[in-house]
Ligand binder design. Structure first.
Ligand code: PLP
Length: 814
């Protein structure tokens, strides 16, 4: 948009006064943020309204991305970049004696997600709008996002994330678009007009009230919508009759029970949780979202039989799987279509992304729970299952009689949500080449054989606008200076940087930028936690959820072994290294919580020991989330992507770090393999078992972790450090970690990969000594990162799955 500094200052001062009731001199940082946010939102309004009118007028096919999680972080600066007003606003604020940096810190992270899956959804929102696809997000407006983590005495302690306590400047409540969602009750069946008709009776009714947030594309005038639903009691406030009888407790407890649905995000990553409230959340937003889509489709006057031609509904993992039976219900019970018509529309509308191969993360719901909470939905699932079984029985009963049971949607008293998704959608994709291949050839092989062509791969991506342009302004400027700014819209043009691969001046500047970013991060860390780190040490970073398969344990055991070596030989020639960890553990996941304590205990030991602390430092960064990530990633030298091969579906942190010039220490897992393909083997440090080997060891039970413990003295001493008193904790403190490694035969192959990890770490250090070589490696990583932009991912989804039109702009469509 067109905006000059003077106009902005005038608008801003007026807005600040109106919002805060105070003049600039008396305003708080919060007032300043709130006024700025509301002004930026207003600047977007014409385009937002215009986009929605244009989509309706053009009767265009639209994409609805259903996701339980949207981990968007802060929005202010991203939006200013998207609208092309960043510099003008920054200048205007400076003229007024204000600082954009300080003001933007006042924004609360929108932390409505656990990790990769939720952050992916947020990147997709940005890319859909920027690429010009009519695509919207649908989810839940949780009152509390992912918990806030504090480290107290080395332990993780969880606090509620009250992100909404001072209002959310970006959202607009849409009470007129509220819909009813029904739970429980019973189904009455009638035969009317020659067809079976189903009615739900005696249900508990919850109002789903949408709050819309604009999602602007990058300087294209397109503004899509993220719609998050909040649960409210149906009657205005509460039951007035009960209230006037003085039955306050009951009245309020009913209201709170209803609103509990959208209170808290489940803080579990890669774990299937199985609680009733979670199932309620899933149905709540899916039903609300579909009713909203149906309502606006019907307003267009288009025939219901063409629903799938105008609506593409994507479900992010199995959490929104009930979209399948819910769409069937709406089409049959409300729109009066027959089963076959409804099934055709449903399967042609819905597509599904699988995010995991981990069995503990595969969602299943007990039949009795589903039946009593969602009786009509369960009937429809049963019928989908019955019809599907008929076909698989017929096909396989002679060749492989167990197969149809294996493929069934309902089995062992449970509804298998992944099977429901596969049967009820027209596309099933994995999130990296290896993951998609393992889905098709191992985990979901029978389905891949049954549905030729339904399975496909869409390698994840990240928005380079937030993760490079916004979070690393120095590097962005250095790139633009060399190759122009086309990369912001066409990220694969970052490849042009390869011509500077051997340009000493360019590479030197690249390293100077990295150093400046390291200084920035060390200042940030000092300001936020009082910890000092040395910008001349290697920043070796592992930031991601804490999980055994991600193997923070491997990293810390290696650090412990370095410590032991240094204690024996203090003159060991090591480049000073700072190991940084950032990770939240699911509150009920005790092994993960012990790992946090272990990292902190090792840090306490090493950081206080003068024999080693010139060369080693271990820091656990509190409360890892989007904003912390934005501070750390530009400063990283080494990116730790060390999951057990076959366990990490894709990873996206790996992409963010490479894009900012970090070199990856990696197993051949998830998208690491594609990073290898992009940068070549000389620009990545690979180690460890392959996925094939992991499968083989697991299948033939030939792995013996204890033998490795016995035969590798350094590793044994590192493991024993957990219990021998060196760490100043009770011998029981790390019981679960030790027992997982030694008593339960190390399911994630930490011991098996230890030696090759230690070797590759040595190689990485040697490479770092050679500044020329390292800077060239770093450059290659940046230059080759374009294919990991979520713009590429979204174009792939749209080309192969959604097939929505792509608009360069909507100007002229109104
Ligand atoms: N959490 C946040 C805040 C992130 O930005 C990311 C990166 O995409 C993740 C979690 C996921 O990280 P990883 O892919 O390394 O598990």
């Amino acid at each position: 948009m067109e905006l000059n500094v003077n106009q902005f200052k005038k608008d801003y001062l007026r807005r600040l006064k109106a919002k805060s009731g105070r003049p600039l001199e008396e305003s708080t940082v919060w007032d300043q943020y709130h006024a700025l946010g509301s002004l930026i939102k207003e600047y977007m309004t014409d385009d937002w309204v215009g986009t929605s009118i244009a989509y309706n007028k053009l009767d265009t096919r639209q994409v609805f991305y259903f996701s339980m999680e949207f981990l968007t972080g802060k929005l202010l600066c991203d939006y200013m970049h998207a609208m092309g007003v960043f510099e003008v606003v920054e200048q205007g604020l400076t003229d007024l004696g204000l600082s954009l940096e300080t003001i933007s810190e006042a924004e609360r992270d929108q932390g409505l997600g656990n990790g990769g899956l939720g952050r992916l959804a947020a990147c997709f929102m940005d890319s859909m709008a920027s690429v010009g696809i009519p695509g919207h997000g649908i989810g839940i407006r949780f009152n509390f996002g992912l918990f806030e983590q504090k480290i107290i005495n080395g332990y993780q302690v969880e606090f509620p994330d009250r992100w909404l306590e001072n209002r959310n400047v970006w959202e607009v409540k849409m009470p007129d678009k509220a819909v009813e969602v029904h739970f429980g009750g019973s189904v009455r069946q009638d035969y009317i007009g020659g067809r079976n008709v189903f009615f739900l009776e005696n249900t508990e009714v919850v109002m789903a009230v949408p709050y819309d947030t604009p999602i602007p594309g990058y300087q294209n005038g397109i503004v899509n919508t993220l719609r998050l639903y909040s649960a409210e009691a149906k009657t205005p406030d509460f039951d007035l009759a009960g209230f006037s009888r003085g039955d306050y407790n009951r009245v309020f407890s009913e209201k709170y029970a209803v609103e509990a649905i959208s209170q808290v995000l489940y803080p579990d990553d890669a774990y299937e949780n199985g609680r009733l409230l979670r199932l309620k959340q899933e149905y709540f937003f899916v039903s609300a979202g579909l009713q909203g889509i149906m309502r606006s489709f019907k307003r267009s006057g288009l025939p219901i039989r063409d629903f799938h031609k105008y609506n593409a509904i994507h479900i992010n993992d199995t959490h929104p799987a009930l979209a399948i039976p819910e769409l069937m219900r709406l089409l049959m019970d409300i729109e009066e279509l027959n089963w076959e018509e409804a099934w055709k529309i449903t399967t042609q509308t819905i597509s599904y992304t699988n995010h995991t191969l981990l069995h503990e993360a595969m969602e299943k719901w007990p039949v009795d729970v589903m039946k009593s909470l969602l009786p009509r939905i369960f009937m429809i699932i049963e019928e989908i299952d019955r019809r599907f079984n008929q076909i698989t029985e017929r096909l396989y009963h002679q060749v492989d009689p167990r197969r149809s049971q294996q493929m069934a949607i309902i089995g062992d008293g449970q509804v298998r949500m992944a099977h429901l998704c596969i049967v009820g959608s027209h596309s099933v994709n994995g999130v990296a080449k290896l993951h998609s291949e393992l889905l098709a050839t191992k985990e979901l092989k029978p389905f891949n054989e049954f549905y030729a062509g339904k399975f496909n791969n869409k390698t994840n991506g990240i928005t380079h606008r937030r993760w490079l342009l916004h979070s690393n302004p120095r590097l962005s400027a250095h790139i633009t200076e060399a190759i122009g700014d086309e990369w912001i819209k066409e990220p694969e043009s970052l490849g042009r940087l390869m011509k500077y691969h051997s340009d000493p001046a360019y590479l030197e500047k690249l390293m100077a930028i990295k150093r400046a970013n390291k200084v920035d991060f060390s200042n940030y860390l000092h300001k936020t936690s009082g910890v000092s780190i040395d910008p001349d040490s290697i920043y070796d970073i592992q930031i991601k959820r804490l999980h055994e398969y991600k193997r923070q344990t491997l990293n810390i055991l290696h650090i412990m072994s370095m410590y032991l070596r240094l204690k024996e030989d203090p003159d060991l020639d090591l480049i000073p290294r700072t190991f940084l960890f950032g990770a939240k553990a699911a509150p009920g996941y005790q092994t993960a919580k012990q790992t946090i304590k272990l990292i902190n205990a090792v840090g306490d030991l090493i950081n206080a020991d003068k024999d080693v602390n010139e060369k080693l430092k271990v820091v656990f960064v509190e409360n890892y989330g989007v904003t912390v990530a934005e501070h750390i990633i530009p400063s990283a030298d080494i990116s730790e992507q060390i999951s057990t091969a076959s366990k990490e579906a894709s990873g996206t942190g790996n992409m963010k770090l490479m894009m900012n010039g970090a070199v990856t220490v990696a197993t051949l897992d998830g998208a690491n393999i594609e990073i290898l393909e992009a940068v070549g083997k000389d620009n990545i440090f690979l180690f460890g078992l392959t996925a094939e080997e992991v499968y083989r060891y697991t299948e033939n039970h030939s792995y013996k972790a204890f033998e490795i413990y016995q035969n590798n003295p350094l590793l044994r001493r590192a493991i024993d450090m957990m219990t021998d008193g060196t760490l100043n904790v009770s011998p029981e403190e790390f019981y679960l970690i030790r027992s997982a490694l030694l008593d339960h035969n190390d399911a994630f192959f930490v011991l098996k990969d230890f030696e090759s990890y230690a070797n590759i770490q040595k190689k990485a250090c040697e490479a770092y000594r050679d500044k020329k070589r390292w800077s060239a490696m770093s450059l290659v990583n940046i230059a080759k990162s374009g294919i990991f932009s979520s713009d590429r991912t979204i174009r792939d989804y749209n080309r192969d799955i959604w097939k929505a039109p792509v608009f360069e702009t909507l100007k002229g469509s109104l």
